[in-house]
Design a protein around this ligand. Structure first.
Ligand code: PHE
Length: 444
């Protein structure tokens, strides 16, 4: 198969998948809600211990099988191949995810345009604009959702190398430039020191069991684990890639981008005395009012921030489309276009239903288990499918794949001690930790 990533393309594409709205939107508001730096530290710890462990597991499944998720499990299982192949269907979680993820990217698109001319001066006006948009403005939401999806599907239709890789090679460095430019400006503000303290000087008294659970969920989400993405990207890895250093670089890029974006956002929060723990509305409601205080330059800054969020979001959304596309191509001989058209039909309907599930007058009909369809799907993916995906990966790699095959794969890049440690973690620690979070999240 020639349509593989280059080495640097692989790193940028996986980092592109990892760095997304999870880092740029969820991370800051969760840090704010969970008391700051101690939560950051927890998140880092869990990312490197549990997240990286599963990450190596998914890379192994992808690289050893060079297949789509379903056939990867089938190919590598020694017994019960037909049972194990179902583990690959957690990739459907990525398709559900992309349906509402692109709705949120659509909101960001709308905001990128809006902030060029209109920055609300106070929180009440800003909250009213956001609430009105999400609960009343069907046509703009559908328009921006459609634009986002046309972009994402078009990129994936071009294949791995000329589509996914090429876009990541452009967007990831551009994202970095935008973030560094914003950071350079933030450093000159008084709020920066407070922001750095808030994010980087830990206060362990703030850690509760709940924040441990939230941090593990976030680590999982931001590393794009449990839904087949890392498996499929690794199936298209060039030979002789140093799997270990590439994975570590990716994870480091992921956490650094989260922290840098967090530093920028909290500089504004502290500079203008806003509340760090305000939750989901942080980016859409509070930030525009803070930028308004910068005068004309605020418009440019706000536009840069929302553009950065669009870049981060798009490189993640395209990664969600690839596992199932790759499966349809390999299993049923679909062309890439035909596979994508079938997926687009689902994503479009599910996404529009998600939009309607927030719209006044209609939303009452789209409530399931006491939640809007939007929240329901988010819950299904983050609290059910991803943890199941993580546990199946760890059990499969820890107990089903031959240890020898793993040693051959990782031996050249890991010391014996590191390999044994990883093997122990993936067999026992990771699945138990994930089981504990998910059961807790479901019960609470
Ligand atoms: N990692 C992405 C983010 O942080 C989300 C994602 C999850 C992407 C699962 C692909 C698969 O936003």
């Amino acid at each position: 198969m020639q349509d593989k990533f280059s080495k640097i393309g692989f790193i940028l594409a996986v980092a592109g998948s990892a760095v997304g709205l999870g880092n740029a939107w969820k991370f800051p508001y969760l840090v704010g809600q969970n008391g700051g730096s101690a939560f950051v530290l927890l998140y880092l710890f869990l990312t490197f211990f549990i997240g990286l462990t599963i990450f190596f597991g998914e890379v192994a499944i992808g690289k050893l099988s060079e297949s789509d998720p379903v056939n990867a499990f089938k190919k590598l299982a020694i017994t019960n191949k037909n049972g194990w192949k179902f583990a690959g269907f957690t990739m459907l979680g990525a398709i559900i995810l992309v349906s509402f993820y692109t709705v949120v990217i659509g909101w960001i698109f709308k905001y990128a345009f809006m902030v060029l001319t209109n920055l609300p001066a106070d929180i009440e006006t800003s909250a009213a604009i956001f609430t009105d948009f999400v609960s009343k403005d069907v046509s703009s939401q559908i328009l921006f959702f459609t634009i986002t999806n046309i972009i994402c599907f078009y990129i994936v239709s071009k294949g791995i190398k000329s589509g996914i890789e090429r876009v990541n090679v452009w967007l990831m460095p551009s994202l970095l430039v935008l973030v560094i430019a914003m950071l350079a400006y933030s450093v000159t503000m008084d709020g920066f020191i407070q922001s750095a303290k808030f994010l980087l000087v830990p206060d362990f008294t703030k850690i509760t069991f709940d924040s441990v659970l939230t941090a593990l969920g976030l680590a999982f989400f931001t590393l794009s684990l449990g839904v087949g993405v890392i498996i499929v990207y690794s199936a298209n890895l060039p030979n002789n890639t140093n799997l270990v250093s590439s994975s570590i670089i990716i994870v480091i890029i992921n956490v650094i981008m989260g922290i840098l974006i967090g530093l920028v956002i909290f500089t504004f929060v502290f500079e203008f005395g806003a509340e760090p723990s305000q939750g989901v509305g942080l980016v859409f409601i509070s930030l525009p009012t803070l930028f308004a205080k910068l005068g004309a330059f605020g418009h440019i800054f706000a536009f840069a921030l929302f553009t950065a969020l669009i870049f981060a979001g798009i490189t993640s959304a395209i990664s969600m489309l690839e596992p199932f596309t790759y499966y349809l191509i390999r299993e049923f001989g679909f062309t890439r276009k035909k596979a994508l058209v079938s997926i687009a039909a689902f994503v479009y309907i599910a996404g529009i239903l998600c939009i309607f599930s927030n719209i006044e007058g209609v939303k009452e009909n789209l409530v399931f288990f006491g939640k809007s369809l939007f929240d329901c799907l988010d819950y299904l993916v983050s609290n059910i499918i991803m943890p199941i995906g993580g546990i199946t990966v760890s059990v499969f790699v820890g107990f089903v794949i031959k240890k020898e095959a793993l040693r051959e794969l990782y031996g050249p890049y890991m010391s014996k001690f590191m390999f044994d440690l990883w093997y122990f973690m993936i067999r026992y620690i990771a699945p138990i930790a994930i089981a504990v979070i998910s059961v807790n999240a479901i019960l609470s």
